[in-house]
Ligand binder design. Structure first.
Ligand code: ST9
Ligand code: ZN
Ligand code: ZN
Length: 335
């Protein structure tokens, strides 16, 4: 059995077989793709991004210097912004829009799209498109943050150079109808720049200044830049650290790993061996809400009637998959 076949049969057993339909989302590994032989294309640096990312990190360091002078309310506000923008990535563009692992009502999608703009990680459409190619062609030329090119490339380097042509070629063949049909996604894409200026920079800076007289500098460098840079790095650690360090209980033949430290900073997204094995599971982990605030948030939304249809892989399917991939592992070793 290939990885693609394994995932397809596991997906059919979701929620103990209760949810028999298989989604059309192309987020499972494609065994048929082969990297082109011959020399790799030249690496083209994008200086605009290198300069902007350097300035951002210098600004964030200055935010760290200002941190002791921030009032308690400003620190609490910064934490709220961290959580809010984090959920826009984890519960929003990752588990909902990239993987369709649950359904969200219109008001919840509006909330998640606003939160997503506060995180400023490219618009939902672009992020989800890149993320689906990441899963489908993981650890190859067609993976935008191919971790076989090293920690730095998987972490931030991929945002500082032109993409490998195979990322674009394979990405263009993806089925993205669900994203194009979502009015919230397309609205956010149309007004992306303005929404980022307002939500990622103006709101975090102006709220502490207007409501409790914080200085504009502390608002900008702490709640704005420092919070933004930390969220970015927490997200990137999933691509770098969680593809390099950790255990592989579910499938030893793939690189993504279980990394509890990453899970903690990325509010539940570090169980990456599980996630690449079962990308359609809304909890992205075997262990539900453990170290996984995002799963707790989605559960709460279901309780409030704002979300539904959580896809969950059963314990039996997990156990069966571990056994089957163990067999595959030995076949790979001995062939
Ligand atoms: C950022 C994103 O940080 C982070 C994503 C991380 C993903 C993590 C995943 C892990 C799991 C989840 C964990 C969540 C944890 C959260 C924790 C929270 C507490 N398919 O891109 P262009 C086509 S962003 C199909 O310019 P270049 C397309 O036609 C940070 N087609 O390529 C496109 O035009 P359009 C802020 C594709 O020139 C055209 O090609 N943002 C695809 O090679 C050109 O595309 C930045 O820093 C595809 N996949 O440039 C900006 N890709 O889009 C960074 C492209 O109009 N980006 N096409 O349709 C850039 O500047 C550029 O993309 C580039 C490449 C320089 C990197
Ligand atoms: Zn990954
Ligand atoms: Zn994913």
């Amino acid at each position: 059995e290939t990885r693609t076949q394994l995932a397809a049969s596991d997906e059919q057993q979701l929620n103990g077989g209760a949810m028999a339909e298989t989604s059309t989302v192309e987020d499972v590994f494609d065994d048929t793709y082969r990297e082109k032989s011959g020399p790799k294309p030249r690496r083209v640096l994008v200086w605009r991004n290198i300069i902007m990312m350097t300035l951002l990190h210098i600004g964030a360091l200055y935010g760290l210097v200002l941190l002791p002078s921030a009032s308690f309310l400003t620190l609490a506000w910064t934490a709220v912004c961290y959580l809010f923008s984090g959920l826009g990535v984890t519960a929003g563009v990752h588990r909902l829009w990239s993987h369709r692992s649950y359904k969200a009502s219109f008001p919840l999608r509006v909330f998640l799209a606003l939160a997503n703009s506060m995180a400023f990680q490219n618009d939902i459409y672009e992020w989800a498109r890149d993320h689906r190619v990441h899963h489908k062609f993981s650890e190859t030329d067609a993976d935008p943050h191919n971790a076989t090119r090293g920690f730095f490339f998987a972490h931030i380097g991929w945002l500082l150079v032109r993409k490998h042509p195979d990322v674009i070629e394979k990405g263009k063949k993806l089925e993205l109808m669900d994203l194009k049909a979502d009015k919230v996604v397309m609205f956010q894409r149309r007004h992306y720049k303005l929404s980022v200026v307002i939500l990622c920079f103006l709101v975090p800076t102006l709220v502490p200044w207007y409501f409790w007289g914080e200085s504009l500098a502390v608002g900008y460098f702490v709640s704005g830049l420092l919070r933004y840079a930390v969220i970015l790095n927490a997200t990137w650690l999933v691509n770098s650290a969680a593809h390099i360090w950790g255990t592989r209980p579910y499938d030893k033949t793939i690189n993504p790993r279980e990394n509890p430290l990453v899970a903690l900073s990325a509010i539940g997204e570090g169980f990456h061996n599980y996630h690449h094995t079962f990308p359609f599971d809304y909890a992205t982990s075997e262990f539900g809400c453990k170290l996984n605030l995002t799963t707790a948030f989605i559960d709460l939304m279901c309780l409030l009637g704002l979300a539904s249809d959580r896809k969950r892989v059963s314990k039996e399917t997990v156990a069966a998959r571990i056994q089957r991939t163990e067999r595959r592992f030995f076949t790979v070793l001995t062939s």
